[in-house]
Design a protein around this ligand. Structure first.
Ligand code: 5CA
Length: 436
């Protein structure tokens, strides 16, 4: 992509409406624009990141056998009357009336919709287990939408739903999602801690929020220090036995706001970390709440009737864009982990219009593209300082700078955004490093 053509409206000044760093940087980098409170447009740069995150989530869901589908954003109210959630959900639900005066709503989540579909189709115990998911926009009319995409009203969520024959099966599905979440967040460069969360009316211990620590987190959490330490984390083989992996995490104390236990915290001493957290995912077992309401019942091997045991598993895909920035930035801007970066490398032409510089940049640009590297070429006729500032702001993992002196010396300046390390190397060596 050429920056001269790319729609990336960066802002130099700090937007006054943004209270936290991720919101400020997303606005300044030209990733999003607010439409109304808690509702955003995703501009090309932001959308590239959103899609990368979405794709990692998708791959890890597919890897545990969950099947992707796509349910609508608009749902009929009658669906929610069946589960008795239409009234219970309250003012957070955006209620709409269609031209025939039928009550509709913009879905805040999809338990009802997916259970209705599943109930209609599943007949025999052979139809289970099943895990279905979609990645779709949701709407919740939050009282206090804030912090940009972190607490939006319209937001992008992955929600998965499991259907099993018995509790043991449901637990296996839960464990699969638990480990898939660990892998998903790790791939994004995040340390997301599974924390015991409120399990609602069902009780039990099968409700976890996945939380990343950040000063700007919305709630206070407490956990064992090990859960944050690479040294300990690296001892766990995520490909190992599911229950063993899950237990190795849940054996360590980690609790969200409401679930904190001050006695345990007191006994942890120096091993206790109390910090603020951002909830990026939530997994939940809820038994037969919805399968009963929608009659998701199958015939068992002996002709008996079995009501599906269900769980649901959410990831805040759009919230993650902000969450990753909260976890990875400096005074100059964003520092994207490679896996979610909008482009892998930014190529800066310091002297647009200079034949030698133009040629060196065009050559390298083409070679990188041919090698399948996502590259953003700054070919704008602008001051060097502005180019450096924009490139640091948008946080691409690598920068290649080409100016007249470098061209003459037959080198490029190759910079790592995270460490700030610079090397003068040949264009070939830069390509080799970027394709390694
Ligand atoms: N039905 C369940 C699981 S599929 C559910 O909706 N769970 S949730 O309410 O916890 O939402 C799942 C994830 O969506 C949360 O962990 C959070 O990361 C994200 N999320 C929730 N509300 C918002 C919001 N207002 N803005 C951005 N992300 C949100």
């Amino acid at each position: 992509m050429r920056l001269s053509r790319f729609f990336m409206p960066t802002i130099k000044e700090t937007p006054s409406e943004a209270q936290i760093v991720s919101h400020r940087l997303m606005l300044r980098a030209g990733m999003i624009r607010q439409s109304s409170a808690g509702i955003y447009s995703w501009l090309p740069l932001g959308l590239r990141v959103l899609r990368k995150i979405e794709q990692i989530v998708r791959e890890e869901q597919d890897a545990i056998g969950a099947q992707e589908m796509l349910m609508p954003t608009i749902q009929p109210a009658d669906l929610w009357r069946k589960s008795e959630r239409y009234d219970a959900y309250g003012p957070e639900m955006l209620r709409i009336t269609d031209r025939h005066d039928r009550d509709m709503l913009y879905g805040p989540t999809n338990e009802e919709q997916v259970t209705e579909i599943f109930a209609d189709a599943a007949k025999s115990y052979r139809d289970l287990p099943k895990m279905l998911y979609h990645i779709q926009w949701k709407f919740r009319d939050e009282v206090r939408p804030r912090f940009g995409v972190m607490r939006g009203r319209e937001f992008f969520m992955k929600d998965a739903y499991s259907f099993d024959l018995d509790f043991e099966g449901a637990k296996r599905s839960y464990n699969k999602q638990f480990v898939a979440y660990l892998k998903t967040f790790k791939r994004m460069g995040l340390t997301a801690i599974p924390m015991k969360a409120d399990s609602g009316p069902i009780g039990g211990d099968m409700s976890h929020e996945f939380v990343i620590l950040a000063d700007t987190g919305e709630s206070e959490v407490g956990c064992h220090r090990d859960l944050l330490e690479n040294e300990w984390l690296n001892t766990i083989d995520l490909e190992g036995d599911l229950q063993v992996v899950v237990d190795s995490f849940t054996d360590k104390y980690a609790a969200t706001d409401d679930e904190r236990d001050l006695d345990i915290e007191g006994s942890l001493g120096d091993d206790l970390v109390v910090a603020r957290g951002i909830e990026v995912g939530h997994i939940f077992f809820f038994g037969t709440k919805y399968s009963k309401a929608f009659n998701a019942v199958v015939t068992g091997p002996g002709g008996d009737e079995i009501t599906a045991e269900m769980g649901s598993y959410g990831i805040g895909v759009s919230r993650l864009v902000g969450g990753i920035i909260e976890a990875s930035h400096d005074d100059d801007g964003i520092i994207w982990p490679e896996s979610v970066a909008p482009f892998k490398v930014g190529l800066i032409n310091l002297k647009v219009g200079d034949d030698e510089c133009d040629k060196a940049c065009e050559d390298l640009y083409r070679q990188l593209q041919d090698a399948g590297i996502e590259v953003l070429l700054d070919d704008r006729d602008a001051r060097a300082g502005a180019k450096f500032a924009d490139m640091d702001l948008i946080g691409l993992p690598w920068q290649v700078v080409i100016g007249p002196k470098a061209v003459e010396a037959g080198v490029v300046e190759f910079k790592n955004r995270a460490s700030g390390d610079r090397q003068e190397i040949s264009a070939e060596a830069a390509i080799a490093q970027l394709t390694a």
